[in-house]
Design a binder for this molecule. Structure first.
Ligand code: SF4
Ligand code: SF4
Length: 382
């Protein structure tokens, strides 16, 4: 296999990838992955499942290799041999055990204007059903800035990126062109996404699969920064906090977007940003299926973010990703440091207060996990 050949011939076995990896500590993993991908040997599911897909290993590798580049094809191979499990189908919008449909059965879902507009806001499944505050705050800011926008929310517009990441490319094939057509129909010039996963789908994956898009794709942090720069939003309230910006892996490392969220924070009076660059940023522990396969280990990784914020003397963590938000809130139940979504924090600075129900959100999502995944919390499986 070409990929294995490339990795084997360039890897110096220096171990720098493992020094930063929050999940693996044995270089023997590389041989296991080579053997499995070259069909010389089998591999245990645990070796594949532990990866957060955070990309820290590639960033640290002097040869730009890392471990994730082998894990991703190995996971796909595993799925082709063993089939999909409920942990994967639960993010397929057409599956019976879809997580977001289950949450919609248990709780009221906010309804947004869905008509036409020069801007389409795409809250994604997480913003629609779980971290509703992300979408509510963004919509409130778009109203305040008098933007001509509409919203495409709900599981019927699922971008398919999470399914693809878990080894099931079908939802992205099914929904990609449909989503593009829906955005065109609304006459949009700009699409803004709440989650880094949806951002990557539209910005990177869709053009490769369906051709060049005729609208601009921005992450919400980029659009909020633009609104401030153009004077359409003016954060006037003083928020006296020392804040830690938690870089979502799939936004910072995967897509290279990390400056705009920091610029937004630096425009808020009284707010001091402690980490001005993404240097030493780390994962929240949610991604790569780790949250559902290893719940308590996933939350332990999230707890480390609180220690990093504490070290810098911060009283608030800001992030802008549905998965990061959920894991940080769940891991922080007993922490003094509070977590805010970027749009939510900016809303506060613009005089808008969004009501948040963290315990209800956690109760709902954990209940839905138990309903969608057989033996949730007891067993592991791809
Ligand atoms: S850091 Fe790169 S070169 Fe070093 S062991 Fe890891 S993959 Fe190999
Ligand atoms: S992507 Fe993250 S968790 Fe996976 S091997 Fe690399 S550093 Fe470890």
């Amino acid at each position: 296999m070409e990929l294995v050949e490339k990795h084997r011939s360039n890897c110096t076995e220096c171990g720098q990838c493992l020094e930063v990896c929050p999940r693996y500590n044995d270089l023997g993993l590389l041989d296991k992955l080579y053997g499995y991908l070259e069909e010389h040997s089998d591999i245990d599911a645990d070796s594949l499942l532990r990866c957060l897909t955070c990309g820290l290993c590639k960033e640290a590798c002097p040869e730009e290799l890392g471990i994730k580049m082998l894990i991703s094809p190995a996971r796909q191979k595993w799925v082709s041999e063993h089939g999909l499990t409920d942990r994967q189908t639960m993010v397929d919008p057409e599956a019976e055990n879809n997580l977001f449909k289950k949450i919609a059965e248990l709780d009221e879902t906010p309804v947004y204007e869905n008509s036409s507009g020069s801007v389409v806001y795409f809250p994604g499944c997480a913003g629609t059903y779980i971290n509703k505050v992300m979408a509510q705050a963004t919509v409130a800011l778009l109203d305040k800035a008098a933007v001509d926008y509409t919203v495409l929310s709900g599981v019927e517009y699922c971008c398919g990126a999470v399914s693809a990441g878990s080894g099931d490319p079908e939802p992205i094939r099914r929904n990609g062109q449909l989503n593009i057509d829906e955005i065109r129909k609304r006459g949009a010039k700009i699409l803004i996404t709440a989650c880094p996963g949806c951002f990557k789908a539209f910005k990177d994956i869709y053009p490769k699969m369906f051709g060049k898009l005729d609208f601009q794709v921005l992450h919400v942090s980029q659009y909020l920064e633009l609104l401030i720069r153009e004077g359409k939003l003016a954060p006037e309230s003083v928020l006296k906090h020392k804040v830690f910006y938690h870089d979502p892996c799939h936004l910072t490392r995967a897509m290279g977007v990390y400056r705009e969220a920091r610029d937004v924070l630096e425009h808020i009076q009284g707010t001091e940003l402690a980490n001005k660059s993404p240097e030493n940023s780390a994962c929240c522990g949610f991604g790569g299926g780790v949250r559902v396969n290893y719940p308590s280990e996933s939350l332990d990784v999230a707890s480390d973010r609180y220690r990093a914020a504490e070290k810098l003397g911060c009283d608030i963590i800001i992030t802008n990703c549905g998965g990061c938000m959920q894991n940080l809130i769940e891991a922080g139940k007993k922490e003094k440091i509070k977590v805010f979504d970027l749009a939510e924090y900016l809303s506060l600075a613009c005089g808008i207060k969004i009501v948040r129900e963290d315990s209800r959100m956690l109760e709902l999502v954990n209940r839905a996990y138990r309903l969608c995944i057989s033996g949730y919390g007891k067993s592991k499986g791809l």
